[in-house]
Design a binder for this molecule. Structure first.
Ligand SMILES: *[C@@H]1O[C@H](CO)[C@@H](O)[C@H](O)[C@H]1NC(C)=O
Ligand SMILES: *[C@@H]1O[C@H](CO)[C@@H](O)[C@H](O)[C@H]1NC(C)=O
Length: 225
């Protein structure tokens, strides 16, 4: 019986494959594509790595549409953020923001503060273990539907003074954070390391390959059925 089942599957395989090709019109759609950010967006990729479960280091990539990754990332806990070049006895501040809130074309809530941790030890930064004073707890990327791709940016600053804090007003909301004001207040200039990744709402179905194009292209309509 086992052999029969196996033989049957062998016979069925090409049929099923053929069917898949007909439905999606493109075999490549079946694979999980990790696409790198464009050169413009890759400017920020300097020495930081961001690890989520299943995905691995997603720095400088689009979150792939496959395996529900774009949904899973909305509830996974905080990622490992690794700075291999960190100075072991230094102290760092980690910032995660979305400059594209609520959308890249109309970012009236820029910057959305997703995560802000101070007093991170260099030894921990090297390992990707983000612990310290959590001024804003980690909030996962959850881009609203039909707002396109959002950038999620990570910066590691050298912290030379103690007692970095948010103003009461800043602490009241994550939205519209004047990040420049914060950086100036504590004399933080260039980050020591940075990176970003991009994702969009998981219900917006286009593949990474279709980003930027209208989501009503014939191919997408076919796939949404
Ligand atoms: C406000 O401060 C508390 C305590 O530091 C922190 O846990 C919380 O995440 C902050 N809220 C925002 C919106 O940053
Ligand atoms: C740290 O800063 C806060 C807010 O600015 C202030 O209330 C507090 O007294 C400071 N703590 C130390 C130890 O300087």
């Amino acid at each position: 019986m086992v052999t029969m089942g196996w033989t049957m599957r062998l016979v069925m395989a090409p049929l099923l494959l053929g069917l898949t090709v007909v439905i999606t019109g493109n075999l490549e759609d079946d694979s999980c594509v990790y696409e790198a950010l464009s050169d413009t967006d890759a400017v920020l990729c300097k020495g930081l790595e961001v690890f989520y479960p299943e995905l691995g280091n997603i720095g400088c990539m689009y979150i792939p549409d496959c395996n529900d990754y774009r949904q899973k990332i909305t509830y996974w806990p905080q990622p490992k953020v690794k700075f291999p070049g960190a100075v072991e006895d230094a102290t760092y501040i980690l910032v995660m923001v979305d400059p594209d809130a609520p959308s890249k074309s109309f970012p009236k809530a820029r910057f959305w503060r997703h995560w802000l941790v101070t007093d991170v030890k260099g030894t921990d930064m090297k390992k990707g273990k983000i612990q310290g004073q959590e001024l804003s707890s980690y909030q996962p990327p959850s881009p609203p539907a039909r707002t396109g791709f959002h950038r999620y940016q990570f910066f590691a600053y050298l912290q030379e003074r103690k007692n970095i804090s948010l103003l009461r007003k800043e602490n009241m909301t994550r939205a519209s954070w004047k990040m420049d004001g914060f950086l100036n207040r504590f004399h933080l200039r260039e980050p020591e390391a940075s990176t970003q990744f991009m994702t969009q709402n998981y219900q917006d179905s286009p593949d990474v390959q279709d980003r930027g194009r209208e989501s009503s292209s014939p191919k997408n309509r076919l796939k949404q059925r």
